[in-house]
Design a protein. Structure first.
Length: 666
């Protein structure tokens, strides 16, 4: 039997025979089962239609069983999330080391049920995760999810064995000490506490992310806090030398730590902290030392606050790469530094980021002999630099970090990660599930997936224990909203799968089949083709537009009746495909006007009338779609964000099209 399990178990032994599990019956739980009996009976009913009665039995172990009572399975691994699940013809039983392990035994059993509950194949599964932390980034800076949606995503994350969320509340929380920052409708602590408890029931730790100096636009943009700006007029970074900055940062931290008493990490942000040392107070405090001291001293002070309360601090890693070795050695050793890299989709890098610039090797700008098979895409823009043109000391400093067998054809490791590693600091890898690529209305499904898969490999290779799939609501505070976060599930599934067990680059069709089956109840992995084609649709450098969106819409229509689970998420993707198709029609109308612009007086009137009709059709459809999308988004996002997101996906193109139309037709 071909079992499509997501993630794949580490060890699976098939045995002969089956166990009849369908319908109703009794399930026994050890006394440590916590919330699991409630979860299992509810989900059992949803999956099979049957009623289970849960019975608590004596004994403190983590186990559950059905059928005859036999010997309890022995857990083979000491990992806290390890479990053993055994199905025999007369009995089904699971043991684990912890609550979360037992929960994961149920998640696997649930996936087995979907292959036919009446006849579960006899087998033994020994399972445990490869990476201890598989974290989904829950950014609520712009796509502020409704409380109901925050609850709805928990069972799905749990099934994919994602065991933490990195919750970035920013102004979407009512803090006691600084209520002025909360947006209307922000979550109260009384709403968040039960959610954290529900997350724990699903084996998910909530890691709060608190920005403690940079990305303070929502604070420093207010007139009453403008005096805390490090550089007047710039709202990105606070001034570390002013007591008011510390008051805010420590107050935020204290309240967040109190609200998340069981958090495995407290993320203190500290990415993109620009301009430190710009103000006079800071310059005086430095007494001639480099401005890097402001950053390391501040980081140390913040980390000390977190460590004092018994938590482990975590910080973004991008500022670390800007420090030299002496300064790097001063960084707090207890903190975990999370390094992001979104451009690579395999183990190879083609650029080195230094001085806020991507540097590529001249080697990659040479024309290859003939057509090169599988060349890694090069991210080269007018802003890029040439690696060989960097000063000798910088190159020699980087060479041991970047050099691989393939150099200069390949750079194997992200420079920041290598640097964090060489400094002997604890590290996490951050991949991009939903990243701010200009104008995208959906995540880069394929690229984000390969990036996440590569990130999991990077964790294994470079000893990082934490894999974070980032999902950014906006590029920054003043940018348009990125795609709807409920389109992230393909990426989240990759995070869970590749973080749990190695996922080879050549196994993606197998992944698609498992994802499609478990997530949507579809019999084949064709949805993966559609995600891939969605990303390949778009204008190219030489004005050619690959547009697969019509095909994708048609295929979605064919598949829709076969979808058994998460129907609303499948519909959302189909809707986005339609939206993309409409946006392309709008872009094509613009391209057409550009094409005839110079020769406009010679274009036949009849042809112009056809163009005008097409423009009118697109306009009508956009006017119909935008409010419908806003309504759809409101089921998961707060009203303001739902409306802004829907508008931002179409209005720019519509306005451009109409402005150009007015220009040509007067
Ligand atoms: Zn300052």
């Amino acid at each position: 039997m071909d079992l499509k399990l997501l993630p794949r178990p580490r060890r699976l032994d098939m045995r002969g025979g089956t166990f009849p599990a369908g319908g109703s019956g009794e399930i026994r739980f050890g006394s440590n089962a916590g919330a699991l009996p409630g979860i299992v009976t509810r989900e059992w009913r949803e999956e099979t239609g049957g009623q289970l009665s849960a019975k608590q039995v004596e004994g403190g172990e983590y186990f559950f069983s059905m059928g005859e009572e036999g010997p309890r399975p022995q857990v083979a691994d000491s990992d806290p999330e390890a479990y053993c699940l055994e199905v025999r013809t007369c009995e089904l039983a699971a043991s684990a080391n912890t609550y979360r392990g037992l929960l994961y035994a149920w998640q696997t059993l649930k996936q087995l049920l979907r292959h036919g509950a009446e006849e579960i194949p006899c087998l033994k599964i020994d399972d445990w995760p490869d990476l201890p932390w598989r974290v989904y980034h829950l950014d609520m800076k712009a796509t502020r999810r409704r409380l109901s949606n925050l609850h709805d995503i928990l069972p799905r994350l749990s099934e994919l064995k994602v065991n933490a969320v990195l919750a970035e509340y920013e102004d979407y929380i009512q803090l006691e000490r600084h209520p002025e920052f909360a947006v209307p409708g922000a979550l109260s602590k009384d709403e968040i506490r039960p959610w954290i408890k529900a997350a724990a029931d699903y084996g998910i730790a909530v890691i709060p992310l608190v920005q403690t100096l940079g990305h303070w636009q929502y604070i420093l943009g207010r007139p009453e806090y403008a005096h805390l700006q490090e550089k007047p007029g710039d709202t990105t970074s606070g001034c570390p030398s002013q007591p008011g900055t510390w008051t805010l940062a420590s107050d935020f931290l204290d309240e967040m730590m109190e609200l998340h008493p069981d958090a495995p990490f407290i993320h203190v942000g500290l990415d993109e902290v620009f301009h430190l040392g710009a103000c006079k107070l800071c310059r005086d405090a430095l007494k001639g030392r480099s401005p890097d001291h402001l950053f390391t001293d501040w980081l140390d002070r913040i980390c000390a606050r977190v460590l004092d309360r018994g938590f482990t601090p975590m910080a973004w890693g991008d500022m670390v790469k800007l420090l030299d070795k002496d300064m790097g050695k001063r960084l707090n050793r207890e903190a975990v530094y999370s390094d992001w890299g979104y451009t690579h989709d395999g183990g190879d890098h083609t650029s080195v980021r230094l001085h806020y610039k991507d540097h590529v090797s001249r080697q990659w700008l040479l024309r290859p002999e003939g057509r090169p098979p599988g060349v890694t895409p090069l991210y080269f823009t007018p802003d890029s630099g040439i690696f060989e043109d960097l000063p000798e000391d910088e190159r020699s400093r980087m060479r041991p970090l970047l050099d691989t067998d393939g150099y200069p054809g390949k750079l194997k490791m992200g420079y920041p990660l290598a640097w964090i590693k060489q400094l002997g600091l604890k590290r996490a890898i951050v991949t991009g599930i939903r990243v701010s690529y200009h104008g995208c209305i959906a995540p880069l499904f394929f690229h984000g997936q390969m990036n996440t898969r590569a990130g999991a490999e990077g964790c294994r290779e470079h000893g990082a224990r934490v894999l974070i799939g980032s999902s950014w609501a906006r590029g920054h505070s003043f940018a348009r909203i990125n795609a709807h976060p409920e389109l992230d599930w393909y990426g989240i599934a990759t995070l869970g799968d590749s973080g749990w067990a190695p996922l080879g680059e050549d196994e993606m069709r197998d992944f698609d089949a498992r994802f499609a089956f478990q997530f949507f109840g579809l019999e084949d992995g064709h949805i993966g083709d559609l995600y891939y084609l969605f990303e390949r649709s778009g204008p190219r450098a030489h004005d050619v537009m690959d547009d697969y969106t019509g095909y994708i819409e048609d295929e979605c229509g064919t598949m829709l009746p076969k979808v058994k689970r998460n129907m609303e998420l499948f519909r959302l993707f189909a809707e986005i495909a339609g939206l993309q198709a409409l946006r392309f029609r709008c872009q094509k109308a613009l391209l057409e006007m550009e094409y005839f612009y110079e020769a406009w007086s010679r274009v036949p009137e009849q042809f112009k009338a056809g163009m005008l009709a097409r423009i009118g059709d697109v306009e009508t459809e956009i006017d119909r779609l935008m409010p419908r999308l806003a309504e759809l988004y409101k089921s998961t996002l707060i009203d303001a964000d739902a409306e802004e997101l829907a508008a931002s996906q179409l209005r720019f193109w519509k306005d451009n099209m109409l402005a150009m139309k007015d220009r040509l037709w007067g």
